[in-house]
Design a protein around this ligand. Structure first.
Ligand code: SN0
Length: 313
């Protein structure tokens, strides 16, 4: 079993329940991963993903080993048939097979380039490891998705929801840099598996991939979207149509207390890292209703339920 996208989850409520059980008793399956190694490969920065995935592995008795390709690994070539006379030292074909001999599971973080839409949509890095590795692969944020984050989000909403069918709003917010679509994509795919009133809100021009949004509701008025919301999930992303571009930094989209007051006492969520007073004000982020720290804690249990299922196979 690989964990490449949210679509790997057959029964979301069962996975969430299992994660909450693991949270209550994290060391229960400590024998499961004995003498098993997980290799965490990073092509990009990480705080939560790196530490929570290691923590999850340790809770299951596994030994994590970590490699940073950005700074320490050989620059990898992903294309077939290339003449490797430029900067790339090693082909993923060898690298993935070699790493598979050292590891029982390989987890990979490789963000979208945001320059080559076609390669990003084809999941160039993740797909190459799936093709050439001989062990299960876990996605720790690829160009298209961040399914460990979305599963942690589902766990968090289960813990904090006050109504059976909450109103959940995914709101774009401004950011100085061009950010990937992965977190928003997986959150949408996860919400499509939930019984909830789900609304996406963003300025015109920030439409996400229609193949992911499908028939989820898009409301261009942030104010209208926030009415009666139980959860405000905030995330910046760059334009998908004008691929990878920052087309607006409209700070009237920043999450403020005034806006939160229009909701049904909504909880504030964000995957972190978050830019204070750009994406969200200090006041909201430091408020009682902000659950970003609890949300980050659930990263351990989302990773743990995934690794447990892989080990059990
Ligand atoms: C990443 C993203 O996909 O948006 C990772 C989120 C888990 N976020 C960033 O790269 C933020 C970087 C910044 O400078 O604020």
């Amino acid at each position: 079993m690989n964990y490449l996208s949210i679509n790997e989850i057959d029964n979301l409520s069962e996975w969430v329940k299992e994660a909450i059980d693991l949270k209550n008793n994290p060391l229960k399956h400590q024998g499961l991963g004995k003498n098993k190694t997980i290799g965490l490969l990073f092509f990009n920065n990480s705080l939560r993903t790196r530490l929570s995935t290691q923590k999850a592995a340790i809770n299951l008795g596994m030994d994590p080993i970590v490699m940073n390709f950005g700074s320490e690994g050989w620059a990898l070539e992903f294309e077939d048939g290339t003449v490797m006379d430029q900067g790339k030292s090693e082909h993923v074909k060898e690298a993935a097979q070699v790493i598979s001999q050292f590891c029982d599971v390989i987890a990979i973080r490789a963000f979208a380039s945001l320059t080559d839409k076609e390669k990003d949509l084809a999941e160039e890095v993740l797909a190459a490891f799936v093709k050439y590795a001989t062990v299960p692969i876990v996605n720790m944020e690829s160009s298209v998705g961040h399914p460990l984050q979305a599963l942690a989000d589902a766990i968090t909403m289960e813990e904090f929801k006050v109504s059976h069918r909450p109103k959940v709003v995914l709101s774009w917010a401004p950011h100085p840099k061009a950010l990937p679509h992965a977190v928003a994509n997986s959150f949408i795919e996860m919400m499509q598996k939930q019984d909830a009133e789900f609304v996406i809100t963003h300025p015109k021009g920030y439409e996400l991939n229609p193949e992911i949004v499908k028939d989820s509701i898009v409301e261009y008025s942030q104010e209208k979207a926030f009415e009666n919301a139980d959860f405000i999930y905030t995330k910046n992303w760059s334009s998908f149509n004008d691929y990878g571009k920052v087309i607006s930094q409209d700070n009237s989209w920043m999450i403020t207390s005034d806006k939160m007051e229009k909701t049904n006492d909504a909880k504030f969520m964000h995957c972190l890292p978050v830019r204070r007073n750009v994406v969200v004000t200090d006041e909201v982020l430091d408020s009682e209703n902000s659950i970003v720290i609890q949300q980050a804690n659930n990263r351990t249990y989302s990773a743990q339920v995934v690794l447990k299922r892989i080990l059990e196979e």
